[in-house]
Design a protein. Structure first.
Length: 557
């Protein structure tokens, strides 16, 4: 038996205070304060109970503090045993995405205090994750629950689960006493208990239940160029006086004819989450710079996340974007509508753009509507556990250089294509784990323009048989680079048409392990430029059923 009694003393521990595997253990806290910290910037300081058998905790009236100053606080209980503590204080002093604090497990306490970094001055994504690496979290607070961010510009963000871990179950803090919250954002969070979850400047960033958020507002940019974080630039009316406020996730930000009185003005985005934006009517050709974002997913490259319900763009705005743009489910309606007005979304993402159900918002649903034609570069569609829909408008063109679909979990992604989807380089659907679905349907068509010189392919369902393709495919272009159109889908493909008869190097290859159904196949080569048709299914021949074949000048292997 191992017994530890703090004897009512105040004790400071460097690094980690852990109760781990072993024999019978008794921890008696008394009335003192146990402070866990470590003399290093960004260093994790933890109170952890991990896979413990026969542990008894006598909390009495003690206080446990994890994280202090420059130290990253962690308080996690991995056991199913619901332990009882008295006072817990957790500090979240991170200055970049990599250094975050976390709280998790099944336990009860009297008072729980969660504090963001109170000394941070530069923009940062100050975060606390509810996470115990796969187990559920349910924390009951019977006294005072206090959650405080640094300011409205540097709020504390509470994440209901760790990003990209969709296997986590519902995670919740149950508050039965009093609640005090200031400058706090919530993401995918379930709030419970008899207390009222309300406070000052509380932001909704999606997937939340039980929290009363500030009412959505329309905020207008004023005063020419400046930092997004500068509250003096936000007004409650167009061209009005400053409201000294800051956009929350549920707000809509307007940039209009009263925002810029002269040219050569730049709005610098230095936050990660960006709510709804409307640039209609903006004058004097401003620049919108999203490169200087601190605390983002990749804080050196300037990635940023769209979380609002509408984005109305303007080609008169010069965009200097970061490496990545993440389109995340809207916190208010679950629907995001994007109107480009002819502005290339390449300008807004530079490196790539990513649809997401969300990167931070697993197991939720979302709908993304494109109201007009879109010109985009590299585009990822990523499913982290939730089902979502992408819609494109009739009589529009959705142009993508490179498209990748990756579902790490059991997501269903439905793309309703009422437009022409034009792929200039590569289209790839693949699945890492799970049994997700990708459904491409609608009244539009899929145009693969293979003029590009890179060796890239068009792939439907190479690694799984969970793709459903219900729009016509047209293959055009005249690249002589060898490249393939891989098909392995459920249902019946309406048509596959090869429109060029030159030696373009493209061939059709079937990967299905069952029967591939195609209503109409037009695959015509030319003399000296045969159109290839192949099968490959782990060394077996594919079975293909074509209702209306129009094939000539081809070779099969």
């Amino acid at each position: 038996m191992c017994s530890s009694d703090l004897n009512d003393y105040n004790v400071t521990v460097g690094g980690t205070f852990a109760c781990q595997v072993g024999g019978t253990k008794v921890l008696t806290m008394g009335s003192g304060t146990l402070t866990i910290k470590y003399p290093g910037v960004g260093t994790t300081t933890s109170f952890v109970c991990d896979n413990v058998n026969n542990l008894t905790i006598n909390a009495e009236t003690s206080t446990i503090i994890a994280g202090n100053g420059s130290y990253n606080g962690v308080f996690k209980i991995y056991d199913a045993t619901p332990y009882t503590f008295y006072n817990i204080e957790l500090n979240t002093p991170n200055t970049t995405w990599e250094y975050t604090s976390s709280l998790g497990g099944l336990f009860t306490c009297n008072n729980l205090t969660i504090k963001g970094n109170q000394t941070q001055t530069a923009p940062a994504l100050d975060s606390l994750y509810l996470d115990v690496s796969g187990a559920d979290t349910q924390i009951t607070v019977n006294g005072a629950l206090t959650i405080t961010g640094k300011s409205q510009q540097i709020p504390l963000t509470i994440w209901g689960n760790y990003p990209n871990t969709a296997y986590l179950g519902p995670e919740m803090i149950i508050a039965n006493g009093t609640i005090s919250m200031t400058d706090v954002n919530f993401v995918n969070f379930d709030a419970g208990g008899t207390a009222t979850w309300t406070g000052t400047r509380i932001g909704d960033y999606g997937g939340n239940t039980g929290v009363t958020f500030d009412a959505p507002r329309n905020l207008y940019w004023i005063g020419n160029g400046g930092s997004w974080q500068d509250t003096a630039h936000w007004s409650l009316t167009s061209g009005g006086t400053t409201a000294f406020t800051y956009p929350l996730g549920q707000d809509t930000c307007y940039f209009d004819e009263n925002s810029f009185s002269s040219g050569s003005q730049t709005v610098t985005l230095n936050v990660y989450f960006v709510p709804s934006m409307n640039w209609t009517g903006v004058t004097n050709n401003p620049t919108f710079s999203a490169r200087n974002i601190a605390g983002s997913l990749d804080y050196t490259s300037g990635e940023w996340g769209w979380v609002g319900s509408q984005y109305i763009l303007n080609p008169n705005v010069t965009v200097v974007a970061g490496d990545g743009t993440h389109l995340l489910s809207s916190p208010v309606t679950g629907t995001m509508t994007i109107t480009t007005n002819g502005q290339s979304l390449d300008d807004w993402s530079v490196g790539y753009a990513e649809f997401n159900d969300g990167d931070y918002n697993s197991n939720t649903t979302g709908t993304f509507n494109f109201a007009d034609s879109v010109d985009w570069g590299t585009t990822y569609v990523y499913g982290a556990g939730g089902d979502y829909v992408i819609n494109t408008a009739v009589n529009t063109v959705f142009t993508i250089d490179t498209f990748d679909l990756a579902r790490n979990h059991d997501s269903t992604v439905t793309w309703t294509l009422d437009s022409t989807m034009k792929i200039l380089d590569e289209f790839d659907t693949y699945q890492n784990t799970g049994s997700g679905h990708f459904i491409l349907a609608g009244a539009g068509e899929f145009l693969y323009d293979n003029d590009a010189v890179t060796d890239a392919n068009l792939t439907f369902g190479t690694y799984s048989e969970t793709e459903e393709l219900y729009v016509p495919i047209k293959v055009a272009g005249a690249s002589t680079t060898s490249r393939a159109l891989y098909i392995s889908t459920e249902g019946t493909v309406p048509s596959i048409t090869r429109t060029t008869k030159v030696a373009d190097g493209i061939y059709l290859q079937f990967w299905t392990s069952g029967t591939q159904y195609i209503d109409r196949l037009v695959w015509v080569g030319a003399e000296g430029a045969l159109a290839g048709i192949y099968s490959y299914t782990s060394g077996n021949d594919a079975s293909v059923s074509i209702a209306h074949p129009e094939i000539s000048y081809y070779h099969i292997s």
